[in-house]
Design a protein around this ligand. Structure first.
Ligand SMILES: *Cc1c(COP(=O)(O)O)cnc(C)c1O
Length: 488
């Protein structure tokens, strides 16, 4: 089995151990030469005297090799498939990076007067229009810096809307298949998050919502597609129930790469929705940002959007603060502009093919689902959207758990998928191949997952010892989190 893996991927490669910089070099070694002194040598004054910081003595080459080696310990979507469900780790075309570094944009100061930033303002104005068209919700703010901040902005809009009607509602309904940030955002805004159980098919049942929806409930937050990768088929009926009681519908659109050009969220009853530009629209993400989580709303909610807003006034673009019902400002200046630039470039470069991208995202996930369902337990066996969720139920009979399967995948050269999420299924393995992987890569992944399933039958203990080939083998996860060892 081990030999098979080695032959196949050649994953181990030339990976060098690398000590800390403090353990490298030798006293007196130098990374640069200063020009010859042309003044008399003089002692430092008292404040600066002493031993100084404990910097190691290194040459330029020591430093270059050190950081180059560390960079090679990394794994990213530029190195291989990264099927991390819910995160959309797709490949971002380099051309969008190039546009983001055009000097006129990259060097623009956010305090430049409007007259000197017409290009940037026009770009933001047009991007708002495109996002409005893609979601079917035409009023847009680009300010929020992340999906979760978009959610908070949406909740502020819920509160402002009800307040403007002279009401103060206290609760928000959140299905058990929602992303974890949803209840957190509702709570941060002062609402009580009320859980809604989804039905046997993994999607919301209108009757469960009808039972809980009342006139003290500000609305519902629906992740759609939900965290099981399933489309909420009953969303129109659910929206009607919520609207009848005066509530609003929030759509978590972080996974819009499943629905671009296919679903009009305005038509299916969503009032407020955020997008994750750093997932769907070509910004590399991870490590905490930066990102962008624009919020799109119905015309009725337009007056509540954050300020300043970019508006077109005749032929001129302006930043306008004068919206008395606005929830205010949610980000310094106008949001993370360079992320907006990448999204704009991504949308223009794909045009109508945005829809094709979504179709591939859905096709790829369904392909994996169908190919792997004979090996792994599929709790909801129905067409999925951009991701599919398996569990370790069959492998558990042989004492092999989701964690072992995920670790073994590294031996095959794949980044593990998201595991133990969503919480509604036990031992979840959540796979999002994204639209950017080829059929050959998907087949290799399927083959690796198939081999792992066979190994679980034949040699369960081998899986407990995985991964075998990466530089760092199985870690004690608890100790690793509690006492991180940051040395190589
Ligand atoms: C990623 C994600 C979020 C949170 O987005 P951040 O930009 O990480 O704050 C919210 N909802 C869903 C469904 C997501 O996948």
């Amino acid at each position: 089995m081990k030999d098979q893996i080695k032959d196949k991927m050649g994953t181990t490669g030339l990976i060098f151990n690398e000590p800390l910089l403090w353990e490298k070099g030798s006293p007196g070694r130098k990374g640069l030469s200063l020009p010859r002194r042309d003044v008399e040598e003089a002692p430092l004054d008292d404040a600066l005297a002493g031993d100084g910081p404990d910097f190691p003595d290194l040459s330029e080459l020591d430093v270059v090799r050190h950081f180059t080696k560390l960079s090679q310990w990394n794994f990213g979507v530029d190195s291989g498939m990264y099927p991390l469900g819910s995160c959309t780790m797709k490949y971002n075309p380099k051309t969008n990076e190039r546009q983001a570094s055009i000097p006129g944009f990259a060097g623009a100061h956010p305090l430049l007067p409007e007259s000197l930033s017409q290009g940037a303002l026009e770009l933001m104005h047009d991007l708002q229009g495109y996002l409005g068209e893609i979601t079917g919700l035409p009023a847009v703010t680009l300010q929020p810096a992340a999906g979760s901040q978009g959610e908070l902005t949406g909740m502020l809009i819920f509160a402002a809307y009800h307040k403007n009607k002279g009401q103060q509602r206290t609760k928000v309904l959140i299905p058990d298949t929602a992303h974890g940030t949803n209840p957190a955002s509702a709570a941060l805004c002062g609402f009580k998050a009320v859980g809604v159980k989804s039905g046997p098919e993994g999607i919301l049942l209108p009757e469960s919502v009808a039972e809980l929806m009342d006139e003290d409930t500000a609305g519902i937050m629906i992740t759609n597609p939900n965290t099981l990768g399933l489309f909420e088929d009953n969303i129109r009926q659910v929206a009607d129930i919520v609207h009848q009681k005066g509530g609003l519908v929030y759509g978590d659109g972080a996974n819009m790469n499943a629905a671009m050009g296919i679903v009009n969220f305005g038509d299916i009853g969503v009032d407020v929705m955020h997008l994750n530009l750093h997932k769907t629209m070509s910004t590399p993400h991870g490590g905490g940002g930066p990102g962008a989580g624009p919020v799109c709303v119905t015309p009725e909610l337009d007056p509540f959007l954050p300020v300043p807003r970019v508006v077109k006034d005749g032929k001129v673009y302006r930043l306008v603060e004068d919206y008395p019902l606005s929830v205010g400002k949610v980000h310094a200046f106008y949001g993370n502009f360079s992320i907006l630039l990448r999204a704009y470039s991504y949308i223009l470069s794909l045009g109508k093919d945005l829809k094709t991208a979504s179709q591939y995202a859905v096709l790829n996930a369904n392909y994996i689902k169908e190919k792997l369902k004979s090996h792994y337990h599929l709790p909801y066996d129905r067409p999925c959207m951009h991701e599919c969720v398996f569990t370790d139920k069959h492998q558990q009979e042989h004492h092999v758990a989701t964690l072992d399967i995920a670790k073994r995948l590294m031996d095959h050269g794949f980044h593990p998928p998201t595991i133990y999420f969503p919480l509604v299924v036990s031992g979840a393995i959540m796979i999002e191949p994204t639209e950017s992987e080829s059929k050959e890569t998907l087949d290799q992944f399927i083959d690796a997952m198939g081999q792992i399933a066979r190994e679980a039958l034949e040699c369960p203990e081998c899986l407990h010892e995985s991964p075998q080939f990466p530089k760092v083998r199985r870690l004690d996860e608890t100790a690793a989190a509690r006492n991180p060892c940051l040395k190589g």
